[in-house]
Design a protein around this ligand. Structure first.
Ligand code: SAM
Length: 282
């Protein structure tokens, strides 16, 4: 059995293999072949990988590779590959490296001149993106939604004006608070919450932040991808003064009012801030 095109190389190949995100059938024929024939499977979570392999009748030698041991493991894996072993890298779910371990190992292999073979497949971010109904021509994956106020403010700064769909992973327990933040900061954006993709209780919520917050209620379970549509092409609100007054009357702090004002009127954040501070007499 040949794994990839090894030609006359003596070294082995690192195979980066995607696995399902909820439905055990979402794995490719090539992924199963690679997992069956690899000398070693480096797994983020050996228990869940063992269960997946058992489901497909595969027995493999598993080694744990996670955030806490990746540096040391990468060195050992490189040595194994240099001896000619074939290694498959898998995550607990979806595609390795996408908010999962593997970057250091892939980088170490590239630096050592070793072959890296990608076996594509399920990835929650991509699955959510293609089903969300938001523009897909330009999109940006930004990892887990930031938790701290400062990091959220930086997010609004860096990505607020970007004409692209933003894709985030989010914890179900933090989703309600994040929707509140979005309702205050980007009230007019189209959102999609994709929950439990490919699982029995898959759910898609679509709408503006405040609507989704209402629809969500106190549900705080499952796995969630949160997508934020791009800002509107044309300003939604013409009367910036009236809106600024309204935002301050709602009790928003000056920076949050600035972001919401800039978003709705198309003003630069600097001009929006000036207007807010003027109204506050500062
Ligand atoms: N590597 C994975 C991938 O390719 O999607 C992502 C790993 S990341 C640590 C785990 C996060 O992915 C979850 O917290 C959730 O935000 C998202 N996720 C994973 N599976 C999902 C699913 N079935 N439905 C919705 N979101 C999912």
């Amino acid at each position: 059995m040949h794994l990839g095109d090894r030609g006359a190389r003596l070294s082995g190949t690192l195979h980066v293999v995607s696995v399902p995100i909820g439905n055990a059938e979402d794995i490719t024929l090539r992924a199963l072949r690679v997992l069956r024939t690899a000398h070693l499977v480096a797994a983020e979570d050996t228990r869940s990988t063992a269960a997946l392999l058992a489901h497909h009748g595969i027995s493999a030698r598993l080694v744990a590779l996670h955030d806490h041991n990746e540096r040391e493991q990468a060195e050992q894996m490189v040595a194994r590959l240099q001896r000619g072993e074939e290694i498959a890298l898998v995550s607990e779910a979806g595609t390795p490296l996408v908010n999962d371990p593997g970057f250091r190992l892939v980088r170490a292999c590239i630096d050592a001149g070793l072959a890296v073979d990608v076996v594509p497949g399920a990835c929650a971010a991509i699955a959510a993106l293609v089903g969300a109904g938001l523009p897909v021509d330009r999109w940006l994956y930004a990892g887990f939604f930031p938790r701290e106020a400062g990091a959220r403010a930086r997010l609004a700064d860096e990505l607020g004006g970007l004409r692209a769909t933003l894709v985030f992973y989010e914890s179900p327990q933090r989703l309600a608070g994040t929707l509140d933040w979005l309702a205050a900061t980007w009230p007019a954006r189209e959102l999609c919450v994709a929950r439990n993709l490919t699982k029995q209780h898959e759910q898609w919520l679509r709408g503006r932040p405040a609507d989704l917050r209402r629809e969500l209620g106190d549900e705080d379970r499952g796995e969630v991808v949160l997508l934020v549509g791009p800002p509107a092409e044309a300003p939604l609100v013409q009367d910036a003064d009236a809106l600024a007054q309204e935002l301050l009357a709602r009790g928003l702090d000056p920076r949050t009012a600035r972001d919401a004002l800039a978003e709705a009127t198309g003003l630069s954040r600097r001009d929006a801030y000036r207007k807010v501070l003027d109204l506050l007499g500062r």
